[in-house]
Design a protein around this ligand. Structure first.
Ligand code: GLU
Length: 507
């Protein structure tokens, strides 16, 4: 086991948008693989045709690409264990299900949906719903209860059937989880999960074991919600005779709601106003749209850094880690057992840190989707403005609100705030200022400021009385970076126009 090359996999089912918990699972798999010089595989688990959603697979791949996580093997980059979509591997699974039936570890079941429903009604108790298991299977229509000849004839007639694992009551199964340590299960409490469905497709339980074996997976990290299925998988590894090659498992803790009360869901995001999916997702069945971190204005490296810290700590003081540093420091035994509360403010803090340290040229590129249809902006001008406002931004989507006045005249200006300081002296000052600016030989932040200060001295007005009005005239309100920098960028004509416009309004 120890000298096998590390191979891990992310195995999503293409059923919808990618939850940030899913991205964290990808990330931990990826960091672990890279840390150990191993392979990271993307396998699409699409055997449940009823849950298949068109477009979801492409969406998942785009999310990985956006996050900068490149699989070594995937449906798009098939390696030696192709295909990497379970639906395309369908013919492969039946033999293993049949082997299990022959060994007596699984059985064929013919029960109809109505019969299953009737069983659940009949055997439920006040506190427990009934399941198909060691207690109830003896009352059902399966190859354990029916005579061989009848089973044979039902099969020959093409009667719909499934293959179920036969869980043994009274066995205590133990395995070592890399995060939780020893975990034990009472097999009698686990139901006889379907392994092969009536349509010939394997269920997740059979497919995950067969594929992890055939693809030589050495470590399997997945969400905590899969822990109850672990005994079924453990037994399958054992019954199929592959126990020595079983991957080491780690069940990752949940990402919790901000108040710590249960798993963070898409609905919490809608309710509390933050994204939960990696990227925008439109459900093709309902057209329902869900915002993603990308479209909300996160940088992918901020998003992955934030996710890495949600459930793992490096043991260092540092919080900002590049992907390379995460790879270097990541270890699975520093992943916490308990759930991690999601904190949107903290997520925005990470993003702000990255906006500040990312160079303006790259930010200009990342900002393009947020500027489309708003104004035509030259790249040099955009980079300069980014430099002026980036330390005020938490999200790329805030750029336009922070900086639109550099490119278009403000639609509204805070006249109330202007009027508060307005009198004949201020009016005269701005009339003179506009004139002074008309004859300025050079238009730079320094010369604009010098002209302004000169006029303050000449007129004897208090500087404090005219600084804020100038800002409001140029940007519309009491915000923005240095006012002379703004004037320099918008140009002398536009500066005079804005001063003139405000004077007219205050008439
Ligand atoms: N297909 C499962 C899911 O979507 C994968 C679980 C696993 O990694 O074993 O969660």
């Amino acid at each position: 086991m120890n000298n096998r090359k590390v191979r891990v996999r992310f195995a999503p089912s293409p059923t919808g948008g990618l939850h940030l918990g899913g991205v964290r699972t990808v990330l931990y798999n990826y960091l672990f693989a890279r840390h150990h010089g191993g392979d990271f595989i993307l396998r699409i688990e699409d055997t449940d045709q009823s849950r298949f959603v068109p477009g979801a697979e492409e969406y998942i791949m785009q999310c990985l690409e956006w996050c900068g996580i490149t699989p070594d093997e995937s449906p798009l980059k098939p390696g030696p264990y192709a295909p990497y979509r379970q639906s395309e591997r369908k013919p492969l699974y039946r033999q293993y299900a049949e082997q299990l039936v022959q060994q007596g570890n699984a059985y064929i079941a013919f029960d109809t949906a109505e019969e299953l429903e009737a069983m659940r009604e009949q055997y439920k108790t006040e506190h427990h719903s009934a399941q198909y298991d060691s207690r109830t299977r003896g009352f059902m229509r399966n190859s354990l209860t029916l005579p061989d000849a009848e089973v044979q004839s039902l099969l020959e007639q093409g009667t719909p059937h499934v293959i179920r694992i036969k869980m043994q009551a009274g066995e205590n199964l133990v395995f070592t989880d890399m995060i939780r340590g020893a975990v034990s299960f009472d097999t009698g409490l686990v139901d006889d999960k379907v392994l092969l469905k009536a349509d010939g497709m394997p269920t997740y339980h059979l497919a995950v074991v067969v594929d992890d074996y055939l693809m030589k997976i050495t470590h399997a990290f997945r969400g905590e919600e899969w822990l109850p299925s672990a005994p079924v998988h453990l037994l399958l590894w054992k019954y199929l005779g592959w126990e020595a090659e079983m991957p080491q498992w780690a069940h990752l803790p949940l990402i919790l709601k901000p108040d710590g009360n249960g798993k963070l869901s898409k609905r919490d995001g809608d309710r509390l106003g933050f994204p939960v999916f990696a990227m925008d997702w439109t459900d093709p069945r309902t057209n329902e749209q869900t915002t993603g971190f990308r479209e909300r204005g996160f940088l992918p490296e901020a998003f992955t850094n934030m996710l890495a810290m949600l459930g793992w700590n490096s043991g260092l003081e540092q919080e900002i880690f590049s992907m390379e540093e995460l790879i270097q420091h990541f270890s699975i035994d520093r992943v916490h057992k308990g759930g991690a509360k999601f904190d949107y403010e903290k997520a925005k803090w990470f993003n702000q840190q990255y906006i500040q340290k990312t160079d303006n040229a790259r930010l200009a590129e990342l900002l393009q989707p947020f500027l489309s249809g708003k104004a035509t902006i030259g790249n040099e001008q955009l980079k300069t403005v980014i430099g002026l406002v980036k330390d005020r931004m938490h999200l790329l989507s805030e750029f336009w609100d922070q900086a639109s006045y550099f490119f278009v005249r403000p639609e509204t200006i805070d006249t109330a705030a202007l009027q508060a300081k307005w009198n004949d002296n201020t009016r005269n000052f701005f009339v003179a200022l506009a004139e002074k600016y008309s004859s300025l030989a050079e238009w730079t932040s320094a010369s604009i400021e010098a002209a302004f200060n000169g006029l303050v001295t000449e007129t004897g007005i208090k500087k404090g009385e005219v600084m804020l009005p100038l800002r409001i005239m140029l940007v519309g309100g009491k915000f923005g970076p240095g006012v002379f920098d703004i004037a320099a960028l918008i140009g002398s004509h536009e500066t005079k126009e804005r001063i003139g416009g405000a004077l007219a309004r205050l008439q």
